[in-house]
Design a binder for this molecule. Structure first.
Ligand code: SF4
Length: 508
């Protein structure tokens, strides 16, 4: 089971990740290419902004009518032969699905990609009950073979290169080594087909659940969601309460924006509708369909007038790709199911019951997440709100020892900022003293305690006239490497890495 996230381990893991140049090269390569693609596809769609506004309005309506829509969804699902279970927390959801597996003598469960099942740590529970669980999304399959958690909401193996995957398949699947993505996909496909055909149970998430029709909608690119919901006799869909939308016609707006923002596609390859159990005369589809509707802290978010906006989230992953923190440390350092900006605002409520409050402080508040979000969630505002709640003691933040020094430094800095003439005088003195050590107006080294900054970034000379990209380490950052995203913003503090663009990922 996942350990509760603590500030101390977050700082230690982040520090380690920042020093891992190989990890950063892979992240920058994948994210940079992704953002370029998003920019092209979104830029070629004049109604993009209009559709984002429409999607936002639908989410606002859905969250404001949540109890009524969930009841309508339940009625319509049950009318189609599905069984609906409302789970108050992760344990209730896990127990329901494990019992279902036991009752149906399930030996093998195949899973489509689902962050909700990651949230409730379902694999662990099913395996504990003697049920083999196989992830069938390629990225999820890769991280499962490595015994890891996903490091990104939509690209779970973003921290790996095609070479890493080639070695993994050679070692775990006894496949001949290759680093050609198409060949790696063929290897995984053959293994997964065997599992699909043998599976007794299929488990999926839900991108949307349509109250009006009682439909579960799955958006995907690999066809594994379709196989997971049509081959096994027993199928379970796990969804958060916020996934319900009022009408089938609302989907057209989400389809216009989700693929564009999440994967840089006009539309994903598959949009699956699960409409109840197999009917007489149908060749496939489940004998039993169960829909687990999960609260697990979402009602608390709903009750908080600022935080409730986070329930609009489509889990598109775009805010991770533009976040300068995520791009430096990757997903695993967060220590939570949901990494990145969205993870920092939902983790204290959804997964860790008032813990993980330190993640609200792991942000530069640059606003890139808000700019790219397809439903315009004001993440910086929510982060500030959570910081306020943490200082009020409403959310637990266990600061490590070092934070005391940081707080003392912050207090001194605040006093300095409150005295502009002293600030100017010190700045001028520092500029004169440090100028001999600067190059292009930037310093590559600062003495302790300021050297933490220059370990991974250059520092602009006080009162200097540096004309580089803010903070870039030693050389200009190449276009297409860090990739200025659709927001047009380039990260401050980037270390130059000439090989980053050469690394390809083995999957989307
Ligand atoms: S907060 Fe917005 S950008 Fe981030 S995952 Fe959710 S929908 Fe996507």
């Amino acid at each position: 089971m996942m350990r509760p996230p603590e500030a101390e381990s977050f700082f230690a893991d982040s520090r380690k990740a920042v020093g891992d140049t190989d990890l950063r090269r892979k992240l920058e390569g994948a994210v940079g290419r992704h953002l370029e693609q998003v920019e092209i596809v979104a830029g070629a769609f004049p109604q993009y902004e209009q559709e984002k506004v429409a999607a936002r309005r639908i989410k606002e309506e859905a969250i404001s009518r949540l109890p009524e829509l969930l009841e309508q969804l339940r009625r319509n699902l049950e009318a189609k032969g599905a069984r609906v279970f409302f789970a108050g927390d992760a344990a209730e959801a896990r127990n329901y699905i494990v019992d279902l597996g036991r009752k149906n003598a399930v030996k093998l469960a195949v899973k489509g990609k689902s962050m909700a099942t990651e949230e409730i740590e379902l694999n662990h529970a099913l395996q504990g009950a003697g049920i083999e669980v196989v992830e069938t999304d390629l990225g999820e399959y890769i991280v499962q073979l490595r015994g890891e958690r996903p490091s990104h909401i939509i690209t779970p193996a973003i921290h790996l290169s095609k070479e890493d995957v080639g070695k993994l398949f050679e070692q775990k699947l006894a496949a001949p080594y290759t680093n050609v993505p198409e060949e790696l996909t063929v290897v995984a496909r053959a293994r997964l087909r065997e599992k699909f055909l043998a599976a007794d149970m299929g488990v999926v998430g839900a991108n949307f659940a349509v109250a009006e029709t009682g439909s579960i909608v799955l958006v995907e690119n690999e066809g594994n969601g379709r196989l997971t919901t049509s081959l096994p006799e027993v199928v379970v869909a796990v969804m958060g309460i916020e996934k319900v939308i009022p009408r089938a016609s609302d989907l057209s707006h989400f389809m216009e924006i989700l693929g564009r923002t999440a994967t840089g596609q006009k539309l994903t390859t598959y949009v699956n509708f699960v409409n109840g159990v197999r009917r007489a005369g149908e060749l496939d589809g489940p004998r039993e369909l169960h829909v687990v509707i999960l609260d697990n802290g979402r009602s608390q978010m709903l009750a908080d007038p600022v935080l409730r906006e986070a329930l609009y989230c489509l889990r598109c992953g775009a805010c991770l790709n533009v976040c300068p923190v995520f791009r430096r440390i990757g997903g695993h350092a967060y220590g939570t199911t949901y990494p990145g900006p969205i993870g920092s605002i939902i983790s204290p409520s959804l997964v860790h019951e008032g813990q993980a409050g330190h993640l609200a402080f792991a942000s530069t508040l640059c606003g890139a997440c808000k700019d790219i979000c397809p439903v315009k969630i004001d993440i910086p505002r929510i982060l500030l709100h959570l910081r306020w709640r943490a200082t009020e003691g409403d959310i637990a933040v266990k600061w490590p020892q070092a934070a005391h020094r940081v707080r003392t430094g912050a207090k001194l800095t605040a006093r300095l900022f409150a005295a502009p003439s002293l600030m100017r005088a010190l700045s001028r003195a520092a500029s004169v003293l440090l100028r001999p050590f600067a190059r292009d107006g930037y310093l590559s080294w600062l003495p302790p305690p300021f050297n933490g900054w220059t370990q991974s970034r250059d520092f602009p000379l006080f009162g200097g006239t540096g004309n580089r990209v803010a903070g870039a380490k030693s050389a200009p950052v190449e276009a297409g490497n860090t990739g200025s995203g659709p927001t047009g913003s380039r990260d401050a503090g980037q270390r130059h890495d000439p090989e980053a663009h050469e690394t390809e990922q083995a999957h989307q």
